[in-house]
Design a protein around this ligand. Structure first.
Ligand code: HXC
Length: 272
């Protein structure tokens, strides 16, 4: 059981906001949903697995958070449209879109089929664009449910894999590189035209996530002790706090950046 960490932010920092979080039913997406809720936001979770969503929504509601779950696959444009519309119908506005849904598995490039490559690109990159595209009508200033001066926010969950090169991750590295590029392009166009801020977070190794258990079993946990500059693996809480910062007014001049939250992990070289 993880220790409950107190937030350094005021509890009403996101009061009145509505967030839609893809992949919000589990992992980092769920922790972001939880912390948005604890800081005053209402949250809609989108995911493919009904039972996972239901359990997540119940857990949030038991904390007194206004939460709802909608089944859907970000690869399907109709699902994206329906879930965004349903979120608006349920809460009357959408302020924040978090793209946390991601696909992943370890495979060497030689054994990865083009369709396997495409599958992860479809989830991470095309899925992110699709959600942003379908949500624009709600997020832009003067959009459905909002006044004509304030736009919403987009947060894309990325990775640091593609800053260098990562073994057995050609598909995810390519997909996250595209996500970072989407973050910059939308920050430029939609910042200027619609007052929407678009940012990303690149988590490092984070305890108790599919990313860590599936991709970096056992050895990273022992390696981490010696190799991570801060000598530890991060918590989902660390990512969620960065998310709260970026979508709050504290981050009002931050646009088009992907904030690395990895304890300095990707910079690491062996000590000599
Ligand atoms: C090789 C694989 C494969 C595997 C799927 N494929 N799994 N290839 N090794 N383990 C190939 C298939 O052979 C197929 O290609 C194509 O991918 C589609 O497979 P499906 O099973 O039909 O896809 P689908 O059911 O849609 O599932 C896609 C999925 C997804 C990507 C496997 O279910 C998934 O990843 N779920 C896990 C979600 C997750 O863990 N998220 C957290 C991500 S962490 P062919 O050619 O055979 O048709 C993260 C962190 C990154 O992103 C940074 C870490 C440090």
């Amino acid at each position: 059981m993880e220790m409950e960490m107190e937030s350094p932010f005021k509890a009403d920092i996101l009061k009145g906001k509505v967030g839609l979080i893809t992949g919000g039913g589990s992992g980092i997406g769920f922790e972001i949903s939880t912390q948005f809720g604890k800081h005053g936001a209402s949250v809609a979770l989108m995911g493919r697995r009904k039972q996972v969503l239901q359990a997540a929504v119940s857990a949030l509601q038991s904390l007194g958070i206004h939460a709802v779950g909608f089944e859907g696959d970000v690869r399907n444009r109709e699902d994206a449209k329906r879930v965004i519309e349903s979120t608006f119908k349920h809460f009357g506005r959408i302020d924040i879109l978090v793209n946390a849904a991601a696909g992943n598995f370890l495979v060497n490039a030689e054994d990865l089929s083009p369709n396997g490559f495409r599958t992860v690109m479809d989830i991470d990159s095309v899925g992110t664009f699709t959600m942003c595209h379908e949500a624009l009508g709600y997020l832009r200033k003067g959009g459905h449910g909002r006044n004509s001066t304030i736009g919403g926010l987009i947060l894309n969950i990325s990775a640091t894999l593609h800053y260098t090169a990562s073994w057995y991750q050609i598909h995810v590295s390519a997909a996250k590189a595209a996500v970072d590029s989407i973050t910059r392009s939308l920050a430029l166009e939609w910042g200027a035209d619609h007052d929407i801020r678009v940012n990303g977070i690149a988590p490092g190794p984070i305890a108790d996530t599919p990313g860590l258990s599936k991709l970096a079993p056992a050895e990273i946990k022992t390696q981490a002790r010696e190799q991570l500059p801060l000598s530890k693996i991060g918590d989902k809480w660390d990512i969620a706090m960065a998310a709260v910062y970026l979508v709050s007014d504290a981050g009002k001049f931050v646009n088009g950046t992907t904030l690395v939250v990895d304890g300095g992990h990707w910079l690491n070289r062996p000590r000599r």
